[in-house]
Design a protein around this ligand. Structure first.
Ligand SMILES: [Mg+2]
Length: 395
């Protein structure tokens, strides 16, 4: 064990931070059936799942996060978290790395949900919003884009998607993302149908969830060029670095990827070499600790950061705090925004797990970073209980 890594920080020793100890971690695994199934390039689903991480303390305060919790590493070594101060959040994030620890520069554990819960606790203890703890607050409201437009059991996929896109446009959405990856001919047909349905004024992105090889993606990407896309997400497998370099150099639309990768891999493989135009880390994996590192390195390397988000409102809140603390790439008044992924596919518990409502403002379409200490949201225990399929407790 890395005993020196378990030492308290000097601020805690000096009494500058409250002496509060972590007493337990509860992992709430949620599951709920959908009223109708939907699909994308990899699969169909008839249910939603999520993992909420609750960290308890001896002060009675609890912190919440959504996403990975450290898994086997935490079960085998609870002392890496239990008994420590929430203010050791950055040390805990690094100590949860695989056994080789700090001697291995790349290879962190996925513990984003746990990390977010610790930041939430720090904010609640200090009565400060998380975004103000992360560093500088650059904004208090964020531009959302809509995620919807999956495939459903429609008689005609292109017609079904076009009708759904018209519905979202009628609600005022100015930017939306659709799934593709159904084979090049189908993709061209469905993107054309949606583009014609919403007109040229609405921003449209596509996401193929790594459906293709680089040769197919090159040919398809050139055909999709006429639809003026805001980006193409995951055209190929995330680890095909040479393939991404070829795509980013050749295709007319910005290329995006990174939702499955750790902070370290994103920095080494994607950000430092400026592999793609847009990196899309998910806070479930990178946490706010990794997110803060990514924000600065993206800015320094001129890479757009647009977080991936496919979770509950707890994850939405944490992602918004992260985005509030992320610098824009340029100070241009019309610079491309740091866009927030606003998922509107069916989820019985996404919004139910918190008391607050997070929605775009009817006036200007922007979404506010939740105010108040920590993440600024109150988890609804009854909703967590209602949708909980399994509870894991670490003490
Ligand atoms: Mg995606």
């Amino acid at each position: 064990m890395k005993t020196d890594a378990l030492a308290e920080t000097s601020l805690i020793n000096a009494g500058a931070l409250p002496r509060i100890r972590i007493t337990g971690v509860k992992i709430h695994q949620l599951r709920a059936p959908l009223t109708r199934r939907f699909g994308w390039s990899l699969n169909w689903t008839d249910q939603r799942t999520a993992t909420l991480v609750e960290v308890t303390t001896d002060a009675g305060l609890t912190g919440w996060g959504d996403g990975n919790w450290g898994g086997e590493r935490l079960l085998q070594h609870p002392e890496l978290v239990i008994g420590r101060s929430p203010f050791e959040v950055e040390s805990i994030f690094d100590d949860l790395r695989p056994e080789a620890g700090h001697q291995t520069r790349v290879g962190e554990a996925s513990a984003g949900g746990l990390d977010v819960a610790l930041w939430d606790l720090c904010g609640k203890i200090l009565q400060t919003p998380v975004c103000d703890l992360l560093g500088r607050r650059y904004r208090s409201r964020v531009t959302p884009y809509l995620t919807a437009l999956y495939r459903q059991d429609w008689p005609d996929l292109a017609e079904g998607l076009a009708e759904e896109a018209r519905y979202w446009k009628s609600l005022g959405w100015r930017a939306m993302k659709m799934k593709i990856g159904y084979g090049p001919e189908t993709d061209v047909r469905v993107v054309r149908a949606v583009r014609e349905a919403i007109g040229s004024e609405i921003e449209l992105g596509v996401d193929s969830n790594c459906a293709y090889d680089v040769g197919t993606a090159l040919a398809l990407g050139r055909r999709l060029g006429e639809f003026n896309l805001m980006w193409w997400e995951e055209p190929i497998l995330a680890e095909d670095l040479t393939g991404y370099a070829r795509l980013a150099a050749a295709l007319p639309m910005p290329v995006a990827s990174g939702e499955t990768l750790t902070t370290d891999r994103l920095i080494v493989d994607y950000i430092q070499p400026r592999l793609v135009d847009i990196v899309q880390p998910d806070i479930e994996t990178v946490g706010l600790t990794g997110g803060r590192r990514l924000s600065y390195l993206c800015w320094l390397n001129h890479v757009r950061l647009i977080p991936h988000h496919w979770g509950t409102a707890v994850r939405a809140a944490s992602t918004l705090h992260w985005m509030a603390a992320t610098p824009a790439l340029t100070s241009g008044l019309h610079a491309p925004p740091i866009a927030f992924e606003f998922d509107q596919t069916e989820s019985p518990f996404r919004d139910a797990v918190i008391r607050q409502k997070m929605e775009p403002s009817p006036e200007d379409g922007l979404i506010a970073v939740p105010a108040g200490p920590g993440l600024g949201v109150d988890v609804e225990p009854l909703a967590v209980q209602e949708y909980r399929a399994r509870l894991i407790e670490v003490r």
